[in-house]
Write a protein that binds this ligand. Structure first.
Ligand code: FAD
Ligand code: NAI
Length: 472
């Protein structure tokens, strides 16, 4: 006998688990099916984000940043540490513990919100009289509404499948047992930069090979330029415009054949290779054919602006659909879909989804880049303020980078904010809130900001739009 639900969510990552909680809050009898297993075979909800993405990468970024501070910056504070060492096993153990806290937190939230959790694979069996029949692990369930949130997987390089020992996806890259002497990274996107930074800080020589001729093309050009300069200074060796050839493993590691931008051929020998060339939507095992769920040519589930699929009452959110592959985008879509099922007007503003690269300095942006505004022919003003002129940044000893505002030339409405610098990930929220309320640069410039704080740089950048900074 099938268990009956109003809403069944397939996938317990940030898109799925949040959708399930919101649906339950709205009074629906809700289930969530997730197949992720921890090392003991038990449930590990939270998806890519919690298990092999956002959370563990930030844990390792924190550990490696502490190590770099201790080795390079403590002395200027008068702190001496003697000889310094890093126990990678302990660092990885801490990361695993942080992941587990998050897995357990989600299981607790399911209980609290009365979401029924099934540990196992969810797949479509059939649709009959407006009801969907699904497999939920070993059990079968029925639901009127289905939300698919099955996420994404790392894209493999043709001819170089992940073995997670030498050729690593994000999964293997987060559990390298000892710091490699030489680490190769293919792709200078978000994962390449974040995980390349982790292992560089711990002492690896890191070479990043990027196919595109431009560095971070989706980031504001001035920020990308500053980032390239700072990463080079840190010792991250990034080669742009390369063409990857054969990738071979041998007993010493991996050899990557590539042609550089000038057409010269190279063979790069590394101990480990991270391949971070994007991710692909995941519908493995979902059995979309059973109900005629439509996928696009790249395997993503086809949805409209509101996350509706081609099937009545079947929705899809997060990495498995179009749009940026970001945890908070998945969450917002999950909440909006649950509210739409309840007849409410769930809303996601795709124009103001912030994004952050958690390198040091951090890079954060919301809204349009300067190159986008130019391409659109939109008249704009810009204002910039360097952290070098901010008292709190000086006290922190972290003065690299700047805050940049882009505002409409006539109305002064904020169109984009770009930050490279300390705690950019936190500072960007003010800009996001301002843009959600359609604020002008002048609005931010006239708001009192605490002193001394990094956020004063945001106010000063807003003042700079009107060419009246006070501290620069
Ligand atoms: P996922 O998190 O992938 O979750 C999907 C879940 O569904 C998984 O648990 C999977 O096992 C399960 N599943 C799949 N198919 C089935 C099935 N048939 N039956 C049952 N269960 C199934 N984003 C950010 O915003 N900030 C960051 O700092 C950040 N850092 C990242 C770092 C790395 C290294 C990586 C790889 C990604 C990072 N991301 C980050 C991206 C973020 O992880 C994803 O955008 C987010 O996890 C997408 O959420 P989702 O719910 O759509 O899918
Ligand atoms: P990405 O899309 O950020 O970067 C991939 C890079 O690889 C691009 O620069 C691309 O030009 C390059 N590339 C592609 N094919 C190549 C080839 N054959 N040879 C050399 N270079 C090649 O993808 P990434 O870093 O794998 O991350 C995947 C997703 O995970 C991203 O979409 C991102 O949104 C998400 N993520 C988000 C994070 C965050 O928000 N802080 C952190 C990590 C990942």
């Amino acid at each position: 006998m099938s268990k009956q639900f109003d809403v069944v969510v397939i996938g317990g990552g940030p898109g799925g688990y949040v959708a399930a909680i919101r649906a339950a809050q709205l009074g629906f009898n809700t289930a969530c099916i997730d197949e992720w297993k921890n090392e003991k075979g038990g449930p590990a909800p939270g998806g890519t984000c919690t298990n092999v993405g956002c959370i563990p990468s930030k844990a390792l970024l924190q550990s490696s940043e502490h190590y770099e501070h201790a080795s390079k910056h403590f002395a200027e504070h008068g702190i001496s540490t003697g000889s310094l060492s890093i126990d990678v096993a302990t660092m990885l153990g801490r990361k695993d513990a942080v992941v587990k806290q998050n897995n357990d937190g989600i299981l607790y939230l399911f209980k609290k919100n009365k979401v029924t959790f099934f540990h196992g694979r969810g797949s479509f069996i059939a649709a009959k009289d407006g009801v969907y029949e699904l497999k939920a692990g070993e059990e079968s369930v029925t639901a009127k509404h289905v939300i698919v949130a099955t996420g994404s997987n790392a894209r493999q390089l043709p001819g170089a499948p992940f073995d997670e020992v030498d050729i690593l996806s994000n999964d293997g890259a987060l559990r390298i047992p000892t710091t490699p002497k030489k680490l190769g990274v293919i792709g200078s996107g978000v994962i390449g930069l974040e995980l390349g930074s982790v292992w560089r800080r711990l002492g690896a020589e890191v070479v990043v090979l990027e196919a595109m001729p431009a560095f971070l093309p989706t980031v504001d050009e001035s920020v990308a330029k500053e980032a390239a300069k700072l990463f080079k200074k840190q010792g991250l060796n990034i080669e742009l415009g390369v063409k990857i050839g054969e990738v071979k493993t041998d007993k010493n590691g991996v050899i990557v054949a590539y042609t550089d931008a000038k057409g010269n051929e190279h063979h790069l020998a590394v101990d480990k290779l991270i391949v971070s060339i994007g991710r692909v939507a995941n519908t493995i095992g979902l059995n979309p054919e059973a109900v005629g769920l439509k996928l696009d040519e790249r395997g993503a589930i086809v949805v409209d602006h509101d996350c509706k699929t081609n099937l009545p009452n079947v929705w899809a959110v997060g990495d498995v659909v179009r749009g940026p592959m970001l945890a908070h985008k998945a969450e917002e879509e999950g909440v909006a879909v649950a509210e739409r099922i309840a007849g409410q007007h769930g809303h996601v503003d795709f124009d103001i989804i912030p994004s952050v690269i958690y390198t040091s300095p951090e890079i954060a942006q919301v809204g349009k880049t300067e190159q986008q505004l130019k391409a659109e022919g939109r008249a704009y003003k810009s204002g910039q303020f360097p952290f070098l002129a901010n008292g709190r940044a000086r006290a922190l000893g972290d003065t690299s980078g700047f805050v940049k505002f882009l505002a409409d030339a006539t109305t002064d409405e904020i169109l984009g904010v770009h930050i490279i610098g300390p705690f950019a990930s936190e500072l960007i929220s003010e800009a996001t809130v301002a843009m959600a309320f359609k604020a002008s640069a002048e609005d931010i410039a006239r708001i009192c900001h605490a002193h001394p704080s990094l956020s004063e740089s945001t106010k000063e950048a807003a003042l700079a739009v009107d060419k009246r900074t006070l501290n620069f």
